[in-house]
Design a protein around this ligand. Structure first.
Ligand code: SAH
Ligand code: SF4
Length: 445
């Protein structure tokens, strides 16, 4: 979502004459778009700010100005603290203020030393004020359809930093999707902190769920792949599950975070589902779409998690079989309920559990990758690889695939024979482009 937000900030700044460059050296303005989900992400910002201060001082010594801005969820949560700890910072603004960037810049540049802090949750949604993306778009694009969250899981900062749940109207999303496709997008990933809680205004003022939205977007000619992330198990409704079996553009891959396999931990997390609910849900999804594969998020060492609870998580992983996953040590976040409870798990125990969990998840991922060898899989070519003539694309299951192809094929979906598999990617041989047989082999990493 931050990648998408950064793009929209660039859209807002383009009319002022700003364009994106590759690094902070020589920039008129540097915006750090931050994350607050775990402590590590937050600490990184303060060390980056230390380095940027030196660049700013060097620029000022040359008579140049460099605006330093901090955006995103850390800015929302710790705006005043950032201002205090990092005096070189000129602007701090939260995720709901991006459309006000031009006026913030005007304030910051009008007189030297003016600092701007904007962490309001505006009444009118920012999407109504953000300009449309112009020009070329990457083959695999993002589109935010929903923001914020009302679920209040006990570990999570999102409801505090991104605010209450908001769904964009279907017509706005469709218009943006059409613009993305016209600009070159072949695949769109619909984004939301809780994307399947989507309930936007549809045709004739009716409320549409994510399944209806997906079906509508699948009608856009040239849009070959649709994905959505991140889903909550409680919001997988029948229509969305059915869409997986009925909409060919909807990729057979679903990121469905479970966090833990222990009911007592799930209850303490306020996830509002049990491990068994999750397993039954997975069975329903697989019945609707037999070739679907799943990925998930896990937190180990949530307060009160016992060895038996952890074993229950390992057991759930073994039963489901995930082809990818993100896993984290529980990180206490200021202001969230779980941060202040007594029974925190020791750091060493968390580290040991995470290592065990990741060993199992990595094994499952490699095993799945190996089952792909010998199969012919459609790959969306997204970018150049490291070697000349090599491209990197994505399979329907989000695996990175390295393949040798001629120039100019980025943005195409090509049939690839998978010839090798590594833990994180596949290697393939191109089968056909426009029915012409081409050659090329790449090795998995
Ligand atoms: N809305 C999604 C998750 C969004 S946050 C859901 O409900 O599942 C992305 C992931 O970050 C979470 O799934 C969780 O695994 C992890 N995460 C969030 N807060 C965390 C914390 N305090 N400590 C460790 N991991 C956390
Ligand atoms: Fe955070 Fe997801 Fe829970 Fe919302 S549903 S509070 S975003 S983990």
């Amino acid at each position: 979502m931050n990648v998408y937000d950064s793009g929209r900030m660039a859209d807002t700044l383009a009319p002022l004459g700003y364009r994106q460059i590759d690094g902070p050296e020589g920039a008129d303005m540097v915006i750090l778009n931050t994350c607050h989900i775990r402590e590590k992400a937050a600490e990184k910002v303060y060390s980056d700010l230390g380095r940027l201060r030196l660049l700013k001082e060097a620029a000022e010594a040359e008579g140049e100005q460099m605006i330093i801005a901090v955006a995103g969820c850390l800015a929302q949560a710790e705006g005043a603290e950032i201002m205090r700890r990092a005096p070189a910072v000129d602007m701090v603004f939260g995720p709901q203020s991006y459309h006000r960037l031009p006026e913030m810049i005007a304030r910051a540049t009008r007189s030297a030393g003016t600092r701007v802090l904007d962490t309001e949750f505006p009444v009118a949604p920012k999407f109504d004020f953000l300009p449309a993306t112009e020009g070329p778009v990457a083959p695999a694009a993002f589109l935010t359809v929903q923001e914020g969250c009302d679920k209040f899981c006990a570990f999570c900062v999102v409801p505090y930093t991104r605010g209450a749940e908001y769904s964009r109207p279907v017509a706005d999303i469709e218009a943006e999707a059409r613009r993305l496709v016209a600009g070159g997008a072949v695949e769109i990933t619909l984004l939301g902190q809780n994307v399947n809680a989507y309930h936007g205004e549809g045709a004739r003022g009716q409320c549409w769920g994510l399944g209806s939205l997906v079906r509508r977007l699948a009608e856009i000619s040239g849009l070959k792949r649709l994905r959505y992330t991140t889903s909550h198990p409680r919001d997988m409704d029948d229509d969305l599950i059915a869409a997986h079996g009925e909409v060919p553009q909807l990729m057979p891959f679903l990121h469905l975070p479970v966090q833990s396999g222990a009911d007592s931990v799930l209850a303490a997390m306020n996830r509002q589902h049990s491990a068994d609910d999750y397993l039954r849900l997975v069975a329903r999804i697989r019945a609707a779409c037999p070739n679907i594969e799943l990925s998930s998020d896990f937190i180990v060492g949530f307060p009160g998690e016992s060895d038996r609870d952890f074993d229950a998580t390992m057991n759930l992983i073994s039963r489901v079989g995930f082809v990818q996953a993100y896993s984290f040590k529980y990180s206490p976040r200021p202001g969230t309920p779980a941060a202040s409870v007594e029974n925190q798990v020791e750091a060493a125990v968390k580290a040991e559990r995470l290592a065990h969990l990741q060993e199992l998840l990595n094994r499952q991922q490699l095993e799945f990758n190996q089952t792909c060898v010998g199969r012919q899989i459609p790959i969306l070519l997204e970018r150049d690889g490291r070697r000349p003539g090599q491209r990197v694309g994505r399979s329907p299951y989000m695996q990175a695939v390295h393949v040798d192809v001629p120039e100019g094929e980025i943005g195409r979906i090509v049939e690839v024979d998978i010839v090798s598999a590594g833990p994180n990617s596949l290697g393939g041989r191109l089968m056909s482009v426009n029915n012409k047989l081409e050659k090329g082999i790449a090795t998995a990493e």
